[in-house]
Design a protein around this ligand. Structure first.
Ligand SMILES: [Fe+2]
Ligand SMILES: [Fe+2]
Length: 391
């Protein structure tokens, strides 16, 4: 089967180029051990995973950037009064019953021509959005930028709460639309969400805000790309309303990408070598999609299979992964980055040379997949219908 940017295993693992701790990424239901908080880097006894890897003195960097965050970050949020809400895009529940049902019927007519595989990808995207408690937890577990009281006025915390509130509409809207479409097995979808939130995620950010903000920069752009492609496919498939929904969500992701890339840009300015090392570290680990532990109670390789369908449909592909990397290299001006230590320069050279390697290794993986011939998998989300994983 084909492999793509967020699939496991990823064929371009550059272990000899820039070595840090390696770790397996296979979805697992094994119990996970939580580490106690610490100010120094400690190893996860299960995965030899580092935690709290930012040197404590670097917390000052984020403290000193608070005024900048208030001025440079918070204006990228949209005021609630000017924000769209999920109900703007779905049948109006305040209408008399018959009129409401007419709108539901129109929705079902529009989605009728969309193929089942489209719904596999849309469900996977919705489930990814719905695991939002995990992402807020991950960000609040980053040292020096977490929300200490739950209602902290520190700009980092204000950003994270408001970002979460904006993101919360994405899963809500996609879930309501999918529910009304009648095209997906909602109890199976809901079960997957419960499993996923219970499983959490492990993407190697080590409670380190340098790593965390590199991850969110990449991740917001990846979701921007993915939702943009589901918008395009909905339009081509005859559902302009669903296209507008996915496009509207994509626009939010773009705004969030802008915010997180601004943070990394600022870190590159004030602490270039540490920020550059963080970019290289995350790219070495490979950016794992946040829903990598998804499970529906049936398919232990669900995430891999969902990712393969997304790759085949062109919703999120290995080329997108390489494109995002190249975009970020340009956005942050990494090729011309100056004032680096020796380690910082090595990190820069590793990152700047990675995209062509990824594309080449992916071509070889695609070639191997083609030789394996057609291969299909049943998805519980669409009533156990089979979807092809390879071309
Ligand atoms: Fe989102
Ligand atoms: Fe997002």
């Amino acid at each position: 089967m084909q492999s793509c940017g967020y699939l496991t295993p990823q064929p371009w693992a550059p272990t000899t180029l820039y070595r840090t701790n390696r770790h397996p990424r296979l979805p697992t239901q094994a119990p996970r051990i939580r580490l106690p908080p610490s100010t120094s880097a400690v190893a996860d006894p299960v995965k030899n995973r580092k935690a709290h890897s930012m040197p404590p003195e670097k917390a000052e960097v984020f403290k000193s950037l608070e005024p900048w965050a208030s001025e440079g970050l918070l204006p990228l949020l949209k005021p609630v009064e000017q924000s769209w809400q999920p109900h703007n895009f779905v049948p109006d529940s305040s209408l008399p019953f018959d009129e409401f049902m007419d709108q539901v019927k129109a929705l079902r007519d529009r989605t009728a021509e969309l193929p089942d595989e489209y719904f596999v990808v849309l469900v996977g995207d919705m489930i990814t959005e719905d695991a939002l408690p995990t992402y807020q937890t991950m960000i609040n577990n980053l040292d020096a930028v977490g929300d200490e009281s739950g209602a902290s006025p520190v700009p980092w915390a204000v950003w994270t709460r408001s970002w979460t509130a904006e993101e919360n509409r994405h899963g809500d809207l996609l879930r309501t639309y999918l529910y009304l479409s009648g095209r997906v097995d909602m109890p199976k979808v809901e079960k997957t969400v419960q499993y996923l939130i219970g499983a959490g995620m492990d993407v190697g950010t080590e409670n380190n805000p340098y790593l965390g903000f590199v991850y969110t920069s990449f991740q917001e752009r990846a979701t921007f790309v993915s939702h943009g492609n589901t918008a395009r496919l909905a339009k081509e498939g005859g559902d302009p309303v669903l296209a507008r929904i996915c496009g509207t969500i994509a626009a939010d992701e773009k705004r969030h990408e802008n915010a997180y890339t601004r943070i990394v840009e600022k870190l590159l300015e004030v602490d270039p070598s540490e920020a550059m090392r963080a970019i290289a570290d995350m790219m070495h680990k490979k950016i794992t999609m946040p829903a990598h532990l998804m499970y529906d109670g049936e398919d232990p390789r669900l995430f891999e299979h969902f990712s393969a369908v997304a790759q085949r449909m062109g919703v999120y592909t290995a080329n997108d992964y390489a494109d995002i990397l190249e975009f970020l290299i340009g956005r942050w001006g990494l090729e011309k980055l100056e004032g680096l230590t020796g380690e910082g320069r090595r990190a820069r050279d590793f990152v700047c040379g990675l995209a062509p390697r990824i594309r080449k290794l992916q071509e070889r993986a695609d070639e191997r997949a083609r030789k394996m011939g057609p291969h299909g998998v049943k998805f519980s989300w669409i009533f156990n219908k089979e979807v092809a994983l390879t071309m």
